[in-house]
Design a protein around this ligand. Structure first.
Ligand SMILES: [Zn+2]
Ligand SMILES: [Zn+2]
Length: 223
């Protein structure tokens, strides 16, 4: 299961046409990683050695707490604390995301980052290979900002003759949504204007702040 990303059904995840499909791929991988870490990985000594050293970030501790028994988390925390004492509290573990002090290292974040790179590359390959997926891709409501950038960065997986087209479609999905959000935010602000006589409708603007933060960060505000 460890790095099992081949079983992620990319087309299926693109089917619902709700929000950013790459966020959904990420959520799926994330859910699998969290389930794995509090399940099968408990019995795998080499993984335990790594998680004992790295620990997790606040976000992923939160997900683990939501999804598993307190006892499981207590066991994970217990051996992590023991490791910190063993290494010396002043020694910060070295992780990809934790080059500076104070930043958390996180086993799940690092695993996700690695796997998302593959998944995003596979999206590009699928787009080039399958005409049907190409259509499904352009029918997405939008692609969030960070995932647009990831896709563009991975587009060197696509042959030169098709690459421009892929980049154009991807950027359009992001820019169109950005323009829509900007319009909703403007409407939201206008609703507070003293000149607005209170008769205007909120329309789509009511949750525009939350939706924009989601678009910019890939995460819901209260996630
Ligand atoms: Zn996204
Ligand atoms: Zn994390």
């Amino acid at each position: 299961m460890r790095d099992d990303i081949t079983s992620i059904p990319i087309s299926e995840v693109f089917e619902p046409k709700e929000g950013c499909p790459v966020c959904r791929l990420r959520d799926m991988l994330e859910e699998r990683s969290v389930t794995y870490i509090t399940g099968a990985a408990m019995m795998e000594p080499d993984v335990r050695i790594e998680t004992n050293k790295k620990g997790f970030c606040r976000h992923h501790y939160g997900q683990m707490l939501e999804n598993s028994k307190q006892l499981t988390i207590a066991l994970i925390l217990q051996s992590h604390l023991a490791q910190i004492v063993k290494d010396g509290v002043a020694n910060v573990p070295v992780g990809k995301k934790a080059k500076q002090h104070k930043k958390d290292t996180c086993f799940v974040c690092e695993k996700l980052e690695r796997n998302m790179e593959h998944i995003v590359a596979n999206v590009c390959i699928l787009w080039e290979k399958e005409k049907e997926f190409r259509n499904l891709y352009s029918e997405q409501p939008f692609i969030c900002l960070n995932h647009c950038r990831d896709l563009i960065a991975a587009s060197d997986k696509i042959s030169k003759k098709n690459r421009k087209e892929f980049q154009k479609v991807t950027e359009k999905l992001t820019v169109d949504h950005l323009v829509e959000l900007a319009g909703d935010l403007k409407h939201f602000c206008d609703m507070f204007d003293y000149r607005s006589n209170g008769e205007e409708e909120w329309g789509n603007s009511k949750d525009s702040v939350e939706r924009t933060v989601h678009f910019l960060t890939t995460r819901e505000v209260d996630d």
